[in-house]
Every structure is written in structure tokens, then in C-alpha cells.
Design a protein around this ligand. Structure first.
Ligand code: SF4
Length: 439
């Protein structure tokens, strides 16, 4: 088999792995438009300075001795198999890099012969790239569950980011569908990688130039929707992974029906919206100071398909609103839907100059079509806003509900910044204690 045939097979097999920021999109080119996307081949990651990096995304091998039921590469699946040599991986990466197609490599693999044998091959490819070709580009390498600590350390010294897939959100599901991969074989290396990163950080301060270990940290991926765990369970699990293992990212991959096991959903892809909502909830955990049990509870274990998790929290906690833009502290501003991290900083800086109104907020980039229901400026609501659960819920979900029904978006009780300034003034504080007056 020549290297291009292998590349076709091994880039296609890697498309199910979402542990990078963009991948999996498939869109054919159309007459009159420019560009197309294919699910396999390249993916993107973001550097710590915000730069977007395109990566060659391939498997070293799609042969696997394991039989994880949710995976296209499981040994019982009848698919064409291929395995690169370490030199072929290195040559391909350098070839694409020199042509300016990519800026780095995302390398994963099925388990060939044994976890250690596979890790040796991955290590061989990375060693050639770093030491023979002096390749300084970004490398994200997957570690193989069950591989020895020594090999993981060696790979960590060559890769920028390393990751190990959690695969499924519970031990029970893992035992049922991936019995060859006990939970301990996933969590032990995760703990070890965390310690190595911390030790390396310490060494970087104390010694002059120690070799760096996974400077871009570690991440993981779990498949959602293949097994019955709720969103609440998944969000709580992600929170605990961030806390215990200092992960940079948890990636969520909506299950694509490729398994035939009776416990797996058949012919029923998991809605991508569920994956999207989980990413939004994950963002709240990492950057907005939310706890998992604020986002969801045992009694309400699923994310609302019509409302993003931040709006959902706000609508169901109206006792914390409205927030007065000119006085609220940073933590409370971060809880307002439509106000992001940068917007909060802009508000804090701008209000030192004088009180802000809705025109100022619009100029600062605040998304008023979400924020307006939850804020006041100098005690005044925006024109047209009613501080009432049904009014807010219906307005916030109106377009999504119409889209879900296949209907075009239409105007509801629109709020506007440019009509005559009839505004509502807060008179007493709390829900329902305002009256509408012209100012
Ligand atoms: S070990 Fe990885 S490649 Fe092999 S069957 Fe399981 S998920 Fe697929």
C-alpha cells in the first residue's frame, strides 16, 4: 500500500477523534461559492496567544487489538486497515509543513500489538520530527491507555499537548462497551501527566533550561449520547476532571452510530445541539465561576435545547436580577447573559468615566437582545422590557423554537434602542416591583 492510500485511510479514521478545536465539518463546494470542507485531514487548535493553528490530523494506525463497541476502528469492524511507519508520519508532516498546508500535527492511534508497542511507535515518529528534522511546530499526541509511565513521559517531552481519552462518561458504561480499557488505565496516566506538568513548572523556575513537558497541558475527550448518562452527570464529571487533573480542555463528541451493539443507539445520531450545549456549560465552569450544580440538578438533569445554559440559569434565578450595570461587581456582571469576559472588563473600565446607559453598552459590544432582560442602567430598564418570567423566556427562545418547527424567524415583542426613550424605572427592587414610565 503506498503512502497516499495509507493517508486516505488514516486521515479518515481520525475524524471521529474530536480532541482538538475544529474538525468533523463536512460541506461540499457549491457552484458560485468558494471553498469546501471535508471531515478528515486537517483540524484546528488555538495557541495560548489566541492564534489558530491548522494541524494534520491522522492516526498512526487504525488496526486495534481492542473491541470498543462505539469505535469504527474496533477489531470486529470490517474496514480497510493501514499503519504508518514512524518515518512516514514524520515525512508527511514535514512535507505538508513545507508546502504551508499545516502548522502542526495531531497524532493518535489504535492499539497495535500492545499499548507499549504503540507508544514506542508514536514516540519514534515524534523523535524523528523533533530531533532529526528539528521540527518546532505544534504537536498534540494521544497517549494509549495502559502504556508505561516511562513512555508517556518520553512522549510528553516531545509533544506540546498530550491527551488521553476518557471515552465514556461512567465506569459502568466503559465496562460494558470497552471492557479492554479499565478506568484505572485512563485515570492513572492522567494523574501522572498532571504531576509531571507541575514538576516541570517548578523545574522551569528553579533550573535554567530543563526540557519542557507538555507545555500546552493535557486534555481529554468523551463520547456523549452513546450511553444513558445525563447532562448533569457529564457536567459534574467535567468539573471534577478540571479540578483533579488540571485539564486544559474536556472535549465532547456526539455519538455517530457506527456500532452494532444492542446497547448503542442505532441509526439515530445524537443531536449536535446537545454537544453544543455541553460546550457552553463547560465554558461557564471554566471562565464564569459557575458550579456544575448551579447549571443543572438531579431534578433537572438535561440542558434546555431552546436556551443556552447561562440564559437558563438567569431565567430560573430572577431573584438575582436585575443587575445594575453601574454598580454590580465583576462576579455578578459575569452572570448576565449577553455579557462576556471581555465585555465585563470594558464595562468596569468605561464606568469609571461616568454612568453607562444602553447606548454605551451597545457600543461596548454587549449583546442587548439577551442582556436587556436582566439589567438596568441607573435604575432604568431598556424600553420594551418586562421583568417577568414568561415574557423573558418567550422572547429568548422565540427564534430557536420557530427554527425547530421549520418556521422563519419573526419579530416578537421587539426591544429597540432607537425608538423614543420610553423606559421603565425600577421602583422597589425585585421581581414585579417596577412600573413603566416615560423618562
Ligand atoms: S482502543 Fe481506541 S482505536 Fe481501539 S477500539 Fe478502542 S477506541 Fe477504537
Amino acid at each position: 500500500m503506498d503512502i497516499m492510500e495509507k493517508l486516505n485511510i488514516l486521515a479518515d479514521s481520525a475524524k471521529y477523534d474530536v480532541a482538538c478545536t475544529s474538525s468533523g465539518a463536512k460541506r461540499n463546494g457549491k457552484k458560485g461559492s468558494l471553498g469546501n470542507t471535508i471531515a478528515a485531514g486537517c483540524c484546528h487548535s488555538f495557541a495560548s496567544d489566541g492564534r489558530c493553528i491548522s494541524l494534520l490530523k491522522i492516526l498512526l494506525s487504525n488496526s486495534c487489538i481492542y473491541d470498543c463497541q462505539y469505535c469504527a476502528n474496533r477489531r470486529s469492524n470490517d474496514v480497510p486497515r493501514a499503519t504508518f511507519t514512524p518515518r512516514e508520519v514524520a515525512d508527511l508532516t514535514i512535507g505538508f509543513y513545507r508546502r504551508n498546508y499545516i502548522e502542526g500535527l495531531f497524532l493518535s492511534s489504535g492499539v497495535i500489538k500492545s499499548p507499549d508497542y504503540t507508544m514506542e511507535m508514536l514516540y519514534g515518529a515524534l523523535k524523528l520530527l523533533r530531533e532529526e528534522y528539528n521540527f518546532g511546530g505544534y504537536i498534540h499526541a494521544k497517549t494509549i491507555p495502559g502504556a508505561s509511565q516511562e513512555l508517556i513521559t518520553k512522549v510528553g517531552h516531545l509533544a506540546d499537548r498530550i491527551s488521553i481519552n476518557l471515552e465514556l462518561p461512567s465506569e459502568a458504561s466503559l465496562n460494558l462497551l470497552a471492557p479492554d480499557k479499565p478506568k484505572v488505565n485512563i485515570l492513572r496516566p492522567m494523574r501522572q501527566i498532571k504531576s509531571s506538568i507541575e514538576e516541570n513548572r517548578h523545574d522551569l523556575v528553579v533550573y535554567r533550561k530543563p526540557p519542557k513537558f507538555a507545555p500546552a497541558g493535557q486534555s481529554t475527550q468523551m463520547i456523549i449520547g452513546a450511553t444513558p448518562e445525563t447532562d448533569f452527570h457529564i457536567v459534574r464529571l467535567a468539573q471534577s476532571l478540571y479540578r483533579k487533573y488540571s485539564l486544559k480542555r474536556v472535549f465532547y463528541s456526539a455519538y455517530i452510530p457506527i456500532g452494532t451493539h444492542e446497547l448503542l443507539p442505532q441509526n439515530q445520531p445524537v443531536p449536535l445541539l446537545r454537544e453544543h450545549r455541553l460546550y457552553q456549560a463547560d465554558w461557564l465552569l471554566r471562565f464564569y465561576g459557575f458550579q456544575a450544580d448551579e447549571i443543572l440538578t438531579e431534578a433537572h438533569p438535561h440542558l434546555d435545547p431552546f436556551l443556552d445554559p447561562k440564559c437558563n440559569w438567569a431565567v430560573n434565578h430572577l431573584e438575582h436580577f436585575p443587575v445594575e450595570i453601574n454598580r454590580a461587581d465583576k462576579e455578578m456582571l459575569l452572570r448576565v447573559p449577553g455579557i462576556g469576559l471581555k465585555s465585563v472588563e470594558r464595562i468596569l473600565t468605561a464606568r469609571r468615566m461616568g454612568p453607562l446607559n444602553f447606548h454605551h453598552l451597545k457600543k461596548l459590544g454587549i449583546v442587548l437582545k439577551r442582556a436587556a432582560y436582566f439589567i438596568t442602567c441607573s435604575g432604568k430598564y431598556m424600553e420594551g422590557v418586562k421583568f417577568d418570567y414568561s415574557f423573558i423566556y418567550n422572547n429568548l427562545t422565540h427564534d430557536v423554537r420557530r427554527t425547530a418547527q421549520g418556521l422563519p424567524k419573526s419579530s416578537v415583542e421587539q426591544i429597540s434602542l432607537f425608538d423614543p426613550p420610553a423606559q421603565q424605572v425600577l421602583t422597589g427592587g425585585g421581581v414585579g416591583s417596577w412600573q413603566s414610565v416615560n423618562v
